[in-house]
Design a protein around this ligand. Structure first.
Ligand code: UT7
Length: 323
């Protein structure tokens, strides 16, 4: 018995900000951003918060899966940019769908968040506790990006993507792993809130609220951790790299994906990329790309698809799926 993705969905704010638009905000250029990252444009919220993006995705998932709100057992949203500390985005999605029989919560693993959420859903389903789940990665990174820091603000975008998963006796998740290396947590941080209160007299310090990243260290971590993780998952499944139809990597930087592709000896054409149009949407990046691949009809029943990502924490996650 396993867990199968029976529908995918995605939603991004309509406002599109190009690299030229970014050059009006900070000292950068279309040439620098394109060459160093592969990004050409990104969607930026005009006011919709993370839950709005997640709810739109969830509605699409329900419709495409042909299921009713009351059928949903579990709702997991991966995000580092929730509307509130409480309630979770998951609970807001539950309310908006009217999914009264579900249990809903959020998980936080930055850009690996969707992999963590899918892994958790898979475990509940395999344990026989639930039969299905809605799993979503949703972010409005624009609210925690420092729009005066050119080394980070050009990279990120807003969006959401997700999957409706169900218990399956045939196709589905074959092998997966998630991992973390907390000793490196400070190479990528964001959303810090200072412990200031009336009794300690501390002033709230705003600067650590914004995304702060040592890009080169994250780059090194990404290329190492993803390669090792994919190798472990493929060997655990006894599946050869050449049997993979598509790899859906976290969309952080085309140069990172080029290195991963070379090290794994998986041809570049097999890596599905849409970073040029979305930038890095953190936990939403893998499900947005998966949904696009699915909508284009590029994957067929039984195809082997590999999802793999890395992110703040530092964290990583890889999943091999028989579609
Ligand atoms: O989801 C996980 C999140 N993050 C990542 O995956 C990011 C991983 N890291 C990266 O993708 C890359 O390290 C970056 C794209 C962030 C940066 O690329 P890089 O090739 O490592 O550039 P760098 O940081 O070494 O900077 C090179 C130069 C610097 O100028 P100097 O010191 O050589 O004069 C920067 O100040 O590029 C400059 N620079 C920029 N120039 C124009 C940095 N950002 C910009 C910019 N426009 N936006």
């Amino acid at each position: 018995m396993t867990t199968r993705i029976i529908a995918t969905g995605a939603y991004a704010p309509v406002q599109v900000i190009t690299n030229d638009d970014m050059a009006n905000v900070v000292d950068t250029s279309d040439e620098w951003i394109t060459q160093r990252t592969g990004i050409k444009e990104r969607h930026i919220s005009s006011g919709e918060n993370t839950s709005a993006l997640a709810v739109n995705t969830a509605r699409q998932l329900l419709e495409r899966a042909g299921r009713k709100a009351g059928d949903i057992d579990l709702i997991i949203v991966a995000t580092v940019t929730a509307d509130y500390s409480t309630p979770s985005v998951g609970c807001i999605v539950q309310k908006e769908l009217g999914a009264s029989n579900a249990v809903a919560f959020d998980v936080t693993a930055a850009c690996s968040g969707f992999m963590f959420a899918l892994s958790i859903a898979d475990k509940y389903i395999k344990a026989g506790m639930y039969n299905n789940a809605i799993v979503i990665g949703a972010e409005t990174l624009s609210k925690i990006v420092d729009w005066s820091d050119r080394s980070t603000c050009v990279l990120f975008g807003d969006g959401a993507g997700g999957a409706y998963v169900e218990k399956s006796e045939t196709y589905g998740i074959i092998e997966e792993e998630i991992g973390s290396k907390g000793e490196l947590y400070d190479i990528l941080t964001g959303g810090y809130t200072d412990c200031a209160n009336i009794f300690n007299g501390k002033e709230k310090e705003d600067s650590l609220w914004y995304v702060n990243m040592n890009g080169r260290e994250v780059f090194k971590f990404a290329t190492k951790s993803v390669v090792k993780s994919v190798e472990r998952v493929l060997s655990g499944a006894g599946v050869a790299a050449e049997d993979i139809k598509y790899v859906i990597p976290h969309q952080a930087n085309t140069r990172i994906v080029d290195i991963i592709s070379n090290k794994l000896r998986i041809p570049h054409e097999k890596f599905y990329m849409n970073i040029d149009r979305y930038g890095n949407t953190s936990s939403a990046s893998i499900p947005i790309a998966l949904n696009e691949l699915n909508e284009k009809g590029l994957i067929e029943r039984g195809d082997k698809v590999l999802l793999t990502g890395f992110g703040g924490g530092m964290t990583w996650g890889t999943m091999l799926v028989s579609w």
